[in-house]
Every structure is written in C-alpha cells, then in structure tokens.
Design a protein around this ligand. Structure first.
Ligand code: HEC
Length: 99
C-alpha cells in the first residue's frame, strides 16, 4: 500500500514539474514574433505597418484611431472575438478579401 501511494505521489510530482505553462508561453512568444514586425500591443503601443492590437476582442474591424485601414478591412463589419480571430489568422484574405 505504501509503495502504491508513493508511486502515485511520484507521478503527480513529475506532472507538476513538467513546465506545461512555460511551454505555452514560449509557443505564444514564437507566434507573436511573426506579428511584431507590423503590430504592437501593450501600454503605449503604436500603429506600425498594421494597427496596434490593444483591446482587440470586442473591437470592430477598422476601429483604431489614426490608422489608415484598407477599404476591405473597414467595410468588413466584423467584431473581433476569439473565434473570429482564429478563423482570420489562419487565412486573413479568405476572411477579409482585399485586406
Ligand atoms: C507584414 C505586416 C504584418 C504582419 C507580419 C502581421 N500583420 Fe496583422 N495587419 C497588418 C496590416 C497592414 C493590417 C491592416 C489590414 C487592412 O487595413 O486591411 C493588419 C490587420 C490585422 C488585424 C485586424 C485589426 C483591426 O483593427 O481590424 C489583426 C487582428 C491582425 N492584423 C493580427 C495579426 C497577427 C496576430 C499577426 C501575427 C500572427 C499579424 N497580424 C501579422 C500587417 C501585418
């Protein structure tokens, strides 16, 4: 019985030690590296080649002040949420033709 209990503990400890969270973060960082040439996010973010992405979810397409969007983006009539964004980022031109 004691043996089984400590085996379970060991397994749990091994799971807890696996840095799943850290892996997710670095995967996110790697993905973000593909965007940062054109987009900023966070405090003081500015429009670059693309608009800043602060407060994206809940925001409407073409809404960032001072950014000159394409007519396609402005006319897209999309409100960003996680599902729409996931679809868009797979193939922006399919989701918003002309962007
Ligand atoms: C080569 C430059 C470039 C890269 C790289 C890029 N974008 Fe963009 N992005 C743009 C431009 C330009 C627009 C505006 C498009 C328009 O007006 O039609 C835009 C628009 C967007 C929008 C719509 C914003 C709005 O306010 O409607 C989102 C969301 C977005 N990009 C996310 C991303 C993400 C996430 C990545 C990385 C995976 C990325 N972009 C990579 C240039 C880029």
């Amino acid at each position: 019985m004691r043996l089984i209990a400590s085996a379970t503990l060991l397994a749990l400890a091994a799971m807890a030690a696996a840095p799943a969270g850290a892996q997710d973060v670095s995967a996110g960082e790697r993905s973000w590296n593909k965007c940062r040439a054109c987009h900023q996010i966070g405090e003081g973010a500015k429009n670059l080649v693309g608009p800043h992405l602060n407060g994206l979810f809940g925001r409407h397409t073409g809404e960032v002040e001072g950014y000159s969007y394409s007519t396609a983006n402005k006319g897209a009539n999309i409100t960003w949420d996680e599902a729409v964004f996931a679809e868009y980022i797979r193939d922006p031109k399919a989701k918003i033709p002309g962007t």
